[in-house]
Design a protein around this ligand. Structure first.
Ligand SMILES: C[S@@+](CC[C@H](N)C(=O)[O-])C[C@H]1O[C@@H](n2cnc3c(N)ncnc32)[C@H](O)[C@@H]1O
Length: 328
């Protein structure tokens, strides 16, 4: 059976395999195959593969030795992986228990299995969990070559945003000043610092900032990353006019912080504004809010309108990238 595979020269194979593994894109049901000096690495989502890697249809042999949860259950369960934690989103507790048992009995090598017990809530955007297997909600997750220690019980983290974070970080240039207004444990801030930016990252959640500091150390970027615990509206007083790039990943409420963003912006600043909007007009309300906050002091130009993912029926999680240029 043909499946999407990344095709690379053999000598760059390990680097490509590692990038794909870090992004959670490896297809573990098929073998990596070498043919005439070329490596074919099976991937689960061709669209999410970074643009500099070529994706082709290829027929690698299926892996026979791995027992998957689906083999044991007779159906394909839906789950996400975060380090050695497996996350379920099941309404029926009996079904969740069956899936957790199959995950443990499979070759997935999970230490903990949890089921979502609430939506993300409150200012800190943390949710409740039913812990079905294991006794720790703390893990180390790898994403695009960086390691993040975190505890899903005390901080927000979504592995689904890996490709989106990578998109933003690829735009970061050496020496740029990046302010991450809602930084969590650092999945934007750490790679931005690794790309050579000077980064200030702020969060209201004290536990997240403790992990952020540890993650900066772990990834060798502590000298370029300042982590601040506090409300960004207050922290901004020390950084007025400072930022060349602002990351605003607080969908639902980021619009309430646009006045703060404008205070932080340098004379030429790109804002990545995350939002949840109706599919009929996913970018209009965000752009209107940016204009209301920034004009006439700044000229506002749309750089990218990007749908990150579907959020709910007829609703999208979107990112609006805008450039603010100070008028003379
Ligand atoms: C959706 S999470 C995003 C975290 C991170 N950017 C990521 O991608 O994992 C939003 C974060 O904003 C933080 N937050 C909420 N209100 C804040 C405020 N007024 N000032 C600073 N951080 C805030 C929350 O604690 C939470 O960690």
């Amino acid at each position: 059976m043909n499946v999407p595979c990344v095709r690379v020269p053999r000598e760059s194979g390990e680097a490509a395999r590692r990038r794909l593994a870090d992004a959670g894109l490896l297809d573990h049901d098929h073998e990596i195959t070498v043919s005439e000096g070329t490596l074919y690495i099976p991937v689960v989502d061709a669209d999410a593969v970074p643009e500099d890697l070529a994706v082709v249809d290829y027929e690698p042999p299926a892996r026979e030795t791995q027992t998957t949860p689906a083999d044991l259950l007779g159906f394909e369960p839906s789950y996400e992986r975060l380090g050695d934690i497996v996350i379920l989103d099941e309404d029926d507790p009996d079904r969740a228990r069956d899936i957790a048992d199959a995950i443990v009995a499979s070759d997935l090598k999970a230490e903990t299995v949890v089921n979502r017990a609430s939506k993300v809530k409150g200012e800190l955007r943390v949710r409740d969990w039913d812990v079905l297997v294991g006794d720790s909600t703390e893990t180390v997750h790898r994403e695009y070559g960086h390691e993040f220690r975190l505890d899903i019980d005390t901080v927000y983290f979504s592995p689904r945003l890996a490709t989106e974070r990578h998109r933003v970080v690829e735009a970061v240039r050496e020496g740029e000043r990046v302010f991450d207004m809602f930084a969590g444990v650092g999945p934007f801030a750490v790679p931005a610092a690794a790309a050579g930016a000077e980064v200030v990252a702020c969060d209201l959640n004290e536990a997240a900032v403790a992990f952020l500091r540890e993650n900066a150390e772990r990834n060798d970027v502590a000298d370029r990353l300042t982590a601040i615990h506090g409300d960004v509206r207050e922290v901004a007083a020390d950084y007025e006019g400072w930022a060349d790039r602002l990351i605003m990943n607080l969908p639902h409420s980021a619009g309430d912080f646009l006045d703060t963003a404008v205070r932080l912006a340098s004379d030429d600043c790109v804002i990545h504004l995350y939002d949840i909007q109706h599919e009929d007009d996913p970018f209009g309300p965000g752009l209107a809010a940016v204009r209301a906050a920034a004009e006439p002091t700044y000229e506002v130009e749309v750089v990218t309108e990007h749908v990150v993912r579907s959020y709910a029926p007829h609703e999208y999680n979107v990112c609006l990238d805008v450039r603010l240029t100070k008028r003379a």
